[in-house]
Design a protein around this ligand. Structure first.
Ligand SMILES: *[C@@H]1O[C@H](CO)[C@@H](O)[C@H](O)[C@H]1NC(C)=O
Ligand SMILES: *[C@@H]1O[C@H](CO)[C@@H](O)[C@H](O)[C@H]1NC(C)=O
Ligand SMILES: *[C@@H]1O[C@H](CO)[C@@H](O)[C@H](O)[C@H]1NC(C)=O
Length: 188
């Protein structure tokens, strides 16, 4: 049990997931996924919150293809406390068919790199994506959900589409926090 807790704490420090009792719900990832259209820059507008999470603002993700067809991930953020910008590089891999929107994501520079699931529940490629990550850990599971958008301050209609996906999948909205995307450096 202790070991599970240590893993959860490390995993949470890295991925800031929220623990739930039981196993991961059986959700369906997006069909006919087109990775090419998904690449590029996304802004994090909301994510699941865990109390031990370090605060970051101006969080962005940039996805591009590596030469071996894995996905190069560059996540950037600015510390709300210190104002210091940091970035972390990861690798994403499609785990099923190429039109299946299920990936695993690894950040090799983390103290405990592990393959985290990254499922696109739905995206229109042009304005929003809803990303689901759930890992079974014994008697409970840890979850994260992200709403990423192409614009740092998306119109309400775009957020509504994302919320519809979240509601359709019975994902609780209670753990969402808004990511601060105000006063971010333009070139960032
Ligand atoms: C995203 O990453 C690609 C590949 O490294 C790079 O060419 C592109 O300029 C980046 N885009 C942004 C907006 O940072
Ligand atoms: C694919 O390329 C990336 C970037 O060069 C590298 O970090 C990664 O280990 C490679 N993955 C595989 C499965 O070859
Ligand atoms: C969401 O909950 C409703 C009512 O309990 C259920 O009918 C539906 O199948 C659930 N949907 C998913 C994706 O779990």
């Amino acid at each position: 049990m202790l070991r599970i807790f240590v893993i959860v704490i490390i995993a949470n420090a890295a991925m800031a997931q929220v623990p739930f009792l039981g196993t991961c719900p059986n959700l369906e990832a997006a069909q006919n996924f087109e990775l090419d259209k998904y690449l590029g820059k996304w802004y994090e507008v909301e994510r699941y919150f865990a109390w031990f999470e370090f605060s970051g603002k101006c969080v962005t993700a940039n996805y591009s293809l590596n030469e071996n067809d894995t996905v190069k991930i560059v996540n950037k953020q600015i510390s709300s406390l210190t104002g210091v910008a940091t970035s972390i590089e990861g690798i994403g891999r499609l785990i099923g068919r190429s039109d299946d929107s299920k990936l695993t994501v690894t950040f090799p520079s983390l103290p405990l790199p592990f393959d985290a699931p990254y499922w696109v529940l739905d995206t229109d490629y042009e304005s929003y994506t809803v990303v689901w990550s759930c890992t079974n850990l014994g008697v409970f599971n840890v979850r994260n959900v992200w709403i990423l958008t192409r614009e740092p301050k998306p119109p309400v209609a775009v957020l509504e589409k994302a919320y519809q996906i979240i509601d359709k999948n019975n994902i609780s909205r209670a753990y969402f926090i808004r990511t601060d995307q105000k006063n971010c450096p333009g070139s960032y």
